[in-house]
Write a protein that binds this ligand. Structure first.
Ligand SMILES: [Zn+2]
Ligand SMILES: [Zn+2]
Length: 80
């Protein structure tokens, strides 16, 4: 058994509603994936936020296809 993120592993989709226009937001890559690729571009705030994410959570960016806002949501990992 191992803790895995259902979104990173395409196990389930996660519905998040846009707080601005109530559309369904689309899950983007986990923040740690951005972190690997773009770590030099990340500001200190995000780095600090990464440190605050616990082992059993995976932080994802959800973006709204309608108004293009995004929001970070921590996803509870599940035991597989
Ligand atoms: Zn994930
Ligand atoms: Zn929206």
């Amino acid at each position: 058994m191992e803790l895995v993120c259902p979104i990173c592993n395409s196990l389930s989709s996660y519905i998040v509603q846009c707080p601005f226009c109530n559309s369904e937001m689309e899950a983007q890559a986990a923040i740690q994936d951005y972190f690997d690729d773009y770590s030099t571009y990340l500001d200190k705030g995000i780095t600090e936020m990464m440190d605050n994410v616990s082992e059993d959570k995976c932080l994802h960016i959800f973006s709204c296809p309608q108004c293009h806002k995004d929001r970070r949501v921590s996803i509870n990992k599940i035991l597989m």
